[in-house]
Design a protein around this ligand. Structure first.
Ligand code: SF4
Ligand code: SF4
Length: 385
């Protein structure tokens, strides 16, 4: 390995890999792995009790969507962790920030400071644990919707479920993905909102030649070796040969609007009015109840209207309301749906009639969780909700 010329890199090379306990505060080092009990103080403050007799308190604070923090905000949290905590904080899988301290008084003060900064405290036990989202418009080239801004609208609407002001039957995790690629995960969350085009892409014929082999080559090579045909995961793109002419055809019924063709060829484009989302429910990663499961499409497409995304918020709240009203204590959304049955669930949500229509659409070739959608589906659902 060549030695780095940058002095900072050289310094880092000397300290990596960092020992696990190198920067741990003393109280954590003394009790590392010795925790024997825990106690909840309000939602979002947890007391950890050690076999040594010492106690540590965690304060769980909601982060901005996509856990995007300016350096300035992070500095303010670091100051709080130094002044009121034991100098340690960590970011959780659910995208929350945890600050550790050594007394309940200090934990309550941390909570007060976080709330003054506009960040709610909560996300433990039978509550909303957090709303994760991918990065979408910030840097991504394939985003259909700006998932963090949908997370923000949802976060504002669902805040009482995070703080514990309104209790839930069990843990709830929500995920917002900017497109069906779902590169940040989320398929196994309780409620997933997935950016989704409402109709197949249009093909600009005049640009297609840039994405196909030259006509003479195209006439000879098998369809399966044509790149733009290969990128389609469902076989919706195929070549139609008419005499010595070859045409690329998009079969709408097979298209799941995944945008892979668009990513690979500028001749494909979507109509901006087809920007929307799918709503998927009932997934979970945990081995509790009926075990881990993938979510199922509840609504294949509904519009995404910034800045408050009223349609999306309404559907998510309706799902939570149904779950709150009918679930047994401790029953995750997926287990609840499994117990009462999908038909009963969609009837309680109020989308059973339109589902009868939707279910006539053939199943997606890849997984149970498919995002096939059509622009005319939303009005049918809207009337049922
Ligand atoms: S899920 Fe889609 S929109 Fe979000 S970051 Fe990944 S590719 Fe981009
Ligand atoms: S959007 Fe996806 S499924 Fe539809 S034609 Fe393009 S690559 Fe195939």
């Amino acid at each position: 390995m060549t030695s780095p010329t940058n002095p900072r890199a050289a310094r880092l090379q000397k300290v990596f890999p960092i020992d696990l306990d190198k920067y741990l505060p003393d109280i954590i080092k003394r009790n590392y792995g010795k925790w024997i009990d825990r106690k909840f103080h309000e939602n979002g403050i947890i007391e950890h009790i050690s076999a040594t007799g010492e106690h540590v308190f965690t304060v769980k604070i909601a982060m901005p969507p996509n856990a995007r923090l300016s350096a300035d905000t992070l500095d303010q949290f670091a100051d709080i962790a130094d002044k009121l905590g034991v100098g340690a904080m960590r970011v959780t899988m659910a995208g929350n920030l945890e600050i550790l301290t050594d007394s309940l008084d200090k934990a309550l003060k941390i909570k007060e400071e976080a709330e003054k900064m506009g960040f709610p405290v909560g996300g433990w036990g039978r509550s909303l644990w957090g709303i994760n989202s991918c990065t979408a418009y910030l840097t991504c080239t394939t985003a259909v919707v700006d998932s963090p801004s949908i997370s923000k609208a949802l976060g504002d609407a669902l805040k009482p479920y995070f703080t514990g002001e309104v209790p839930l039957p069990a843990k709830l995790r929500v995920f917002v993905s900017g497109c069906p690629a779902m590169c940040a995960g989320g398929t196994a969350m309780d409620i997933v909102i997935v950016g989704q085009w409402g109709a197949p892409p249009k093909i600009r014929e005049e640009m297609l030649s840039y994405c196909l082999p030259p006509p003479k080559a195209l006439a000879k090579i098998p369809e399966s070796q044509v790149f733009i045909v290969q990128v389609c995961p469902t076989g919706a793109l195929s070549l139609r040969r008419e005499g010595d002419k070859v045409k690329l055809v998009l079969i709408g019924d097979k298209c799941i609007n995944c945008a892979r063709c668009k990513e690979n060829c500028d001749a494909f484009d979507y109509d901006p009015q087809d920007v929307g989302v799918s709503i998927v429910v009932g997934g979970k990663m945990s081995n509790t109840g009926g075990g881990p499961r993938l979510g199922r499409v509840l609504i294949p497409w509904l519009p995404a209207n910034p800045p408050r995304y009223e349609e999306i918020v309404a559907v998510v709240k309706k799902v939570i309301d149904v779950w709150r009203e009918h679930a047994q204590p401790g029953e995750r959304l997926g287990d609840f749906i499994n117990r009462i049955g999908w038909q009963r669930f969609i009837s309680l949500v109020g989308v059973d009639k339109v589902h009868a229509f939707y279910q006539k659409v053939p199943d997606h070739v890849r997984t149970y969780m498919h995002f096939r959608s059509r622009g005319d589906i939303w009005p049918r659902f809207r009337d049922g909700i």
